[in-house]
Design a protein around this ligand. Structure first.
Ligand code: GAL
Length: 568
């Protein structure tokens, strides 16, 4: 790995806030003199030759595309993106290629990465034999045209950047180095890998306890109960104070869940309501704009983190051992809400930088509130160098195909992502969603807006129980995968191209993934058909469900179950 400094980097970048940051220089074969740098109006520009057949992956939790070759992304934190372009809950300025290298740009700016910018070249000759093309694929193939194609990176509002160049035989090797640069994956307790059921946001303590009793009475595995906004006296913005009407005895409520063997995860977000007891202390340590009429604390400041985390210890002292840290992404897509890019924060960050850093700094603060005890909590935004945080990303507004693509992409960027089960239209949809949920890093049933437990509307308790029992059987495998993530940086979820970078068949596969060391998962996302095509790379495989050997290669499957294969 090699760090190359271009111009004068900013003082406040992701590495500055990453406690486990650890850079050790080694030789690289990549000729770094090929990378050009210049200051431009409004920022800096870095360019590196791309080559026409290079594939590019990463850049955070992307929902709409997989291989970025020929595409332009602007890495901006924003919830619920509806088109490709780079907006995401988790923008990460790190990309990897199938050509043995990856680059991490240590910036919180809205960097624009164009993986196929073209310039006029000397060698360009008109094609005498051109046949008129009509399909979009054929026409757009000109995006990666020739040797004059570049990775062109524009970083606004700064005068320089540190770039970390990493090399490896496989994308997994390169991604592991990126994750180890941040300190490696988190320590995750076994219970965190169990079933998380989030109750309806309107429920009182007794209604939530009823859900917990239902789970135990019906032998439905459930390890964590999630409590949604209704537990607070005011939730948008937050007081972090129990609502005395709905939750008159928080100590007894948490204790009763614990007696049933359940862990407790509380919803909140970072925006502080005037009635919150720490409002006055945080006001001078917050930005100059509000969100949901609440203060936006500047978590880049240790004082702000201490005040916020200490107050949350009123909750952890009761036995709360996880949080759902919501709304830290902001959204231009659901009405447009958040602080502006020109906002100013007392620690020196502006709104642009804080959008891309808030999720990570909020995770840092909440982990401090949890006294750094092992947990698997949730957060709706995170950014660069986030591997060490025991927080899984989530969000409601995607279909199963989007959930799956994000899951496959998450492993390129040091991120964890939870597809979820929520309100559904049919039994088939419920089971298809739940199958993918079971074979993912966090088993999340997000019933926050469901009038009742989602499967009660359909006749399928036995199927749900069987799937959640399967999740429990997976825990040792998942735990081993997380231990490996912690020690080596190899993420628990990996696109097939990560381990099989020498196999071009894998370059476009964004609907299958490796889970842990040896499982290949190929979910069926249709709610009307039970079929899909599966590709197994070279190797010896067996069917996870039957133990029968399955030859490598491409084949069709038809099953009501989720196709899963075990690699020898
Ligand atoms: C959303 C979040 C949901 C739910 C809801 C409660 O922003 O994504 O899962 O928690 O807030 O208001």
């Amino acid at each position: 790995m090699k760090k190359i400094t271009f111009g004068t980097p900013e003082p406040l970048t992701p590495s500055r806030f990453c406690d486990g940051f650890h850079y050790k220089e080694t030789d690289v074969a990549f000729d770094v003199s090929q990378i050009t740098f210049r200051r431009t109006r409004g920022g800096v520009l870095l360019e590196s030759p791309a080559g026409r057949d290079t594939h590019f992956y990463g850049c955070g939790l992307q929902f709409w595309e997989f291989d970025h070759a020929g595409h332009k992304l602007t890495l901006r934190c924003n919830a619920d993106p509806r088109t490709p372009g780079g907006d995401t809950h988790a923008p990460v300025p790190f990309f990897v290629t199938d050509k043995g290298y990856g680059m991490y740009l240590d910036t919180a700016r809205y960097a624009e990465l164009y993986f196929g910018a073209q310039k006029p070249g000397d060698s360009f000759e008109p094609d005498e034999n051109y046949v008129v093309k009509v399909s979009t694929d054929d026409l757009y193939a000109a995006r990666m045209a020739d040797e004059n194609t570049f990775v062109s990176i524009f970083i606004p509002n700064c005068e320089g950047v540190d770039v970390y160049l990493m090399e490896g035989d496989t994308i997994t090797d390169i991604v592991s180095q990126y994750n180890m640069l941040a300190g490696g994956g988190p320590e995750v307790p076994e219970w965190g890998l169990g079933v998380l059921y989030r109750c309806n946001g309107r429920y009182s303590d007794e209604q939530i306890l009823d859900v917990a009793r239902y789970m135990r009475r019906n032998d439905i595995p459930c390890d964590i109960i999630g409590v949604e906004p209704g537990w607070q006296t005011h939730a948008y913005a937050c007081t972090y104070v129990w609502n005395p009407e709905k939750f008159p005895d928080p100590t007894g409520f948490v204790a009763r869940l614990k007696e049933m063997g359940m862990h407790v995860n509380l919803w909140e977000h970072a925006y502080v309501y005037p009635a919150c007891p720490i409002y006055d202390d945080l006001k001078p340590l917050s930005g100059d704009y509000t969100t949901f009429r609440g203060l936006v604390p500047d978590f880049s400041l240790p004082e702000a983190r201490d005040i916020f985390a200490d107050f949350q210890k009123n909750l952890t002292a009761l036995g709360v051992d996880g949080f759902k840290a919501d709304e830290c992404d902001g959204s231009d897509n659901t009405g447009g809400w958040s602080f502006p890019n020109h906002a100013q924060f007392p620690g020196g960050l502006d709104g642009e930088q804080y959008h891309n850093l808030l999720g990570t700094l909020y995770a840092k603060t909440m982990w401090q509130a949890l006294d750094f005890q092992p947990t698997l909590s949730e957060i709706r935004a995170i950014g660069a160098l986030a591997a060490p945080y025991p927080f899984v990303l989530y969000s409601d507004l995607y279909d199963l195909r989007g959930f799956l693509r994000a899951l496959v992409n998450s492993g390129f960027s040091g991120l964890l992502w939870a597809p979820e089960l929520r309100g559904v239209g049919s039994k088939k949809e419920l089971l298809r969603r739940l199958q993918t949920v079971v074979f993912s890093p966090q088993c999340l049933i997000n019933a926050w807006s469901c009038p009742e437990i989602p499967w009660l509307a359909f006749d399928c308790v036995a199927e749900v129980r069987a799937l959640l029992e399967e999740r429990h059987r997976l825990i040792p495998r998942l735990k081993a995968a997380f231990d490996r993530y912690q020690k080596t940086g190899v993420p628990p979820v990996r696109a097939l191209v990560m381990d099989h970078t020498d196999d071009p068949e894998t370059y476009g596969i964004d609907d299958e993934y490796m889970l842990g060391d040896d499982l290949l998962v190929a979910p069926i996302v249709s709610f009307t058909e039970d079929k899909r095509e599966v590709y197994l790379p070279a190797g010896e495989w067996t069917d996870y469900w039957t133990g029968e050997p399955v030859p490598a290669g491409r084949f069709a499957v038809e099953t009501e179950n989720i196709p899963v294969y075990v690699k020898k």
